[in-house]
Design a protein around this ligand. Structure first.
Ligand code: NA7
Length: 497
C-alpha cells in the first residue's frame, strides 16, 4: 500500500535522495527492489559513484577488503584481489546502477542549492541548479569525502605551476620529468607517491604528521577462487562474515586496551624497521601519537618510494607558497613544476548542512559545535529528513558499507512508516540529546580522543568526536539498524489527499 498524504500533484516524488555514491545508490537499490516507494535522486556529478567517481588519481584504491567493501545484497564473486583499485569499484557501482534500474531515477548535473521544509505543506522543497523538486521526505547521502579541503597556507593561489587536489586529478597533465611536490601524508598521498615517483625528476613529500603504516597483505584471487565464490554463494557469505569479525576484533585497539595496542604497535614498528634502514629517516617517519588516533594506513610501497634517490621527505614546516614553489619555515625554498594537495576532505563540517533549512533554521547553524543526530540519522527540527553517513558514522577500522547498509534498513523502515501512516516525524529534542550524550560518553575512552593527535575525526571548534562511531560496528547495527517511532515526535500530516 502506498498512502500518499500530500496530494501527488504537489510533489515530484515521495522521497528525494541527494547523492549517488555508495550510500545513496544502496538505498535506491533497496527501494527499487521493494517497488513501493516513489523516489528521485539528485546528483551534482555526471555519473554515479561519489568519491569513487571523483578520486581517480594514480594508484587510487581502497584499504578495506574488496569482499567487505561491497553490498551484501549484491555480492561480487569476481573481485580481482584482496583490495580493489578505483576503476574496479567504480565499475561495480555503475553496474549496480545499470542492473538495478537506477539510472533513469537520477537527475545528473544537478546541485542542490537550498532544501527547505515547508511546514504548511509538510514537504521538502529542494532548489537545484536544474529546477525545483518537492517531496515528502528528504535523504541526504552526500558522504564524508565529497568536498575537498584546501590547506590554509599563505600564497596558495599564487603558484603558477600545475596545482591539483588529489580528488581532482588532471590526467592530461604529464608529470614525467617534472619537479613535483605533494602536501599531506594521508591515505591518498601514500597511494600517489609510489605511483608517480619513478616518472618525476624529483618528488618532495611535505609531511606535517607521520602516519602509522602496516603491511598491505594484498593478493589476486585465482580463477578457481572466483569460481568457487560464484558457484557457492554461501561460501562467499561465510567469507564476508570472517572478514567482518576480523575487523570487529580490532576495535579494542581503539579503546587502547594494552594487549591489543601492543599488537598493532609492534606490527607498524616492525614494518617501519623492516622497510627503512636509515635511523634518521625512521625517526622522521615515527608518529608522535598513539596508534589508531589517525587512520592506520596500509602500504608496502610507500616507505620504499621515500628512499628513492629522487624523493625527499620534507618535515620542516611550510611557511608559504609563491609563484615557483614552497618556502619552508627555515627559509629554504623548494622549486616545483607541480604541486599536489593531498590534504583531505571537509569531513567534520559537512557542506550539505549549509543548504538544509528546517523548522529551526539552517542545519549548519545547529551544528556549530559539530554534527549531532538521533540514531546518527535524523535531526530534531528537520521533519521527515534522514542523513546517511552523517554525524558519528565513520569508522577507524572496518567497512563503511556495513554502516551504510545499517542506515539503509533504518531509513527504509522510516519511509515505509511515513507512507503507510501518513504521519510526519522528527526526533524529540530530549531523545536526541540523550542519544548524542551516550555517543560522547563512549568516545571519551577511545584513542581518537585520548590518543594525542589532531585529526579530522574531531570537530575543530568543540574538540568533540563527531565523525567516528565510538563503538563496535555490530553495536551500531544493534542500536541504529531498525526504525521505531520511540524517540520521535509523531503527528498527522496537515495536508491530506
Ligand atoms: P587525510 O587523511 O585527511 O590526510 C590529509 C593530509 O594532509 C594529512 O597528512 C594532513 O596532515 C595533511 N595536511 C592537511 N592540511 C595541511 C596543511 N595545511 N599543511 C600540511 N599538511 C596538511 O586525507 P586523504 O585524502 O589522504 O584521505 C582521506 C580519507 O580517504 C582517508 O581517511 C580514508 O578514509 C580514505 P596532518 O596529519 O593533519 O598533520
Amino acid at each position: 500500500m502506498n498512502i500518499q498524504t500530500t496530494p501527488k500533484s504537489q510533489i515530484d516524488a515521495e522521497v528525494l535522495i541527494v547523492g549517488t555514491g555508495f550510500s545513496g545508490l544502496g538505498l535506491a537499490v533497496i527501494l527499487e527492489r521493494e517497488g513501493t516507494r516513489d523516489y528521485l535522486m539528485l546528483e551534482r556529478g555526471h555519473d554515479v559513484g561519489g568519491t569513487w567517481r571523483d578520486n581517480h588519481y594514480p594508484g587510487a584504491g581502497c584499504d578495506v577488503f574488496s569482499h567487505l567493501y561491497s553490498y551484501s545484497f549484491r555480492p561480487n564473486p569476481y573481485w580481482s584481489s584482496t583490495y580493489s583499485k578505483q576503476p574496479e569499484i567504480l565499475k561495480y557501482l555503475q553496474e549496480t546502477a545499470e542492473d538495478e534500474g537506477i539510472y533513469p531515477k537520477v537527475r545528473f548535473n544537478t546541485t542542490v542549492t537550498r532544501a527547505e521544509w515547508i511546514e504548511a505543506e509538510d514537504l521538502w522543497q529542494v532548489e537545484t541548479t536544474t529546477g525545483t523538486y518537492r517531496a515528502r521526505a528528504l535523504v541526504s547521502a552526500t558522504g564524508h569525502l565529497s568536498d575537498l579541503s584546501l590547506p590554509d597556507i599563505e600564497g596558495l593561489d599564487s603558484f603558477t605551476g600545475k596545482m591539483m587536489h588529489s580528488s581532482q586529478w588532471d590526467h592530461d597533465y604529464d608529470y614525467s620529468g617534472k619537479r613535483v611536490g605533494i602536501i599531506g601524508t594521508g591515505a591518498s598521498s601514500i597511494q600517489i607517491t609510489p605511483e608517480i615517483a619513478p616518472d618525476v625528476s624529483h618528488l618532495t613529500v611535505f609531511q606535517r604528521t607521520a602516519p602509522y603504516i602496516v603491511p598491505r597483505r594484498d593478493a589476486p584471487y585465482s580463477e578457481a577462487q572466483k569460481g568457487m565464490f560464484e558457484r557457492f554463494p554461501e561460501m562467499l557469505q561465510d567469507f564476508r562474515k570472517e572478514l567482518f569479525w576480523g575487523n570487529e576484533s580490532r576495535f579494542p585497539q581503539r579503546l587502547q586496551i594494552p594487549a591489543f595496542l601492543a599488537q598493532i604497535e609492534e606490527m607498524s614498528r616492525g614494518h617501519l624497521e623492516a622497510q627503512v634502514t636509515d635511523p634518521a629517516l625512521r625517526d622522521k617517519l615515527t608518529p608522535p601519537y598513539s596508534v589508531g588516533c589517525k587512520r592506520i594506513l596500509i602500504s608496502n610501497d610507500y616507505y620504499p618510494a621515500l628512499q628513492r634517490e629522487n624523493v625527499t621527505l620534507e618535515t620542516t614546516g611550510i611557511a608559504r607558497i609563491d609563484e615557483t614553489g614552497v618556502t619552508l619555515t627555515d627559509g629554504s625554498h623548494v622549486e616545483l613544476d607541480m604541486l599536489i594537495l593531498a590534504t583531505g576532505f571537509e569531513a567534520t563540517e559537512l557542506p550539505i548542512a549549509e543548504v538544509i533549512h528546517g523548522k529551526v533554521g539552517r542545519l549548519s547553524d545547529q551544528w556549530e559545535d559539530g554534527g549531532q543526530a538521533y540514531a546518527c540519522t535524523s535531526v530534531h527540527g528537520y521533519p521527515n529528513f534522514f542523513m546517511m553517513l552523517g554525524p558519528n558514522t565513520g569508522l577507524g577500522a572496518g567497512s563503511m558499507i556495513y554502516m551504510v547498509e545499517t542506515q539503509i534498513e533504518y531509513i527504509r523502515g522510516a519511509l515505509q512508516y511515513l507512507a503507510e501512516s501518513g504521519k510526519v516525524i522528527e526526533p524529540d529534542a530530549e531523545a536526541q540529546e540523550a542519544y548524542v550524550k551516550s555517543i560522547h560518553d563512549r568516545a571519551e575512552r577511545t584513542v581518537w580522543i585520548a590518543g594525542g593527535c589532531q585529526s579530522w575525526y574531531l570537530h575543530p571548534r568543540s574538540g568533540k568526536l563527531t565523525a567516528i562511531w565510538p563503538d563496535y560496528m555490530s553495536q551500531f547495527r544493534k542500536e541504529n539498524g531498525t526504525f521505531a517511532t520511540e524517540g520521535y515526535m509523531v503527528r498527522d500530516a496537515t495536508v491530506s489527499a
